[in-house]
Ligand binder design. Structure first.
Ligand code: NAP
Length: 151
């Protein structure tokens, strides 16, 4: 209603599965501008990304660094980081950008915030992208929106 009344120009949603987006679009005819979902190399969300692209919905990644835990120590990522003289976090962020994801990593550490911005002056090559693509395990760190009970 707010959109129809012109009081908002766009809506964004989070943790919507394609089925939820279909219902929203079907019942309101409004296509959200963005859907923020858990997305990192261990949970690459290819089906959701494809559906978003078809609909013109931007994909935004939450926990883009896998919450800074084991992902940044994965040997394939460490090797790519060494090859480009970058950090594993920069490699993961660059992977998101090259895929077309909106990416907002969280850090309270000034040096890391600076590091996380410095990802626009190098590129991953097809070999790097393939190696990261092979890391997908469809493994979630957060809750599954298919079974979330609204708690
Ligand atoms: N919509 C949702 O349901 C949902 C759910 C979860 C999260 N989110 C949002 O997604 C955003 C990020 O997600 P997140 O915080 O879960 O995970 P994340 O951004 O993947 O990881 C954050 C962790 O990584 C560390 N880190 C950041 N930069 C680093 C670097 N360069 N090197 C090494 N470690 C680094 C941070 O440590 P320090 O802070 O100690 O530097 C922090 O512990 C947040 O803004 C959050 O609000 C949304």
């Amino acid at each position: 209603k707010l959109h129809a009344d012109g009081r908002i120009r766009a809506i964004g949603v989070s943790n919507f599965l394609p089925e939820h987006l279909e219902r929203l679009i079907g019942e309101t005819s409004v296509v959200p501008a963005v859907n923020q979902i858990e997305l990192h190399p261990h949970l690459q969300q290819n089906a959701a990304r494809e559906y978003h692209a078809e609909q013109g919905i931007a994909t935004e990644a939450w926990s883009p660094l896998g919450q800074g835990k084991g992902l940044l120590e994965v040997p394939a990522i460490v090797a790519i980081a060494r090859k480009h003289n970058r950090t594993p976090a920069q490699v993961v962020l660059r992977w998101h950008i090259q895929l077309g994801n909106v990416v907002i990593p969280k850090s309270v550490t000034p040096a890391r915030i600076k590091e996380n911005i410095e990802v626009f002056d190098f590129s991953l090559d097809t070999e790097d992208l393939a190696a990261i693509s092979a890391l997908n395990e469809d493994r979630r760190l957060g809750p599954d929106p298919a079974t979330l009970d609204g708690a």
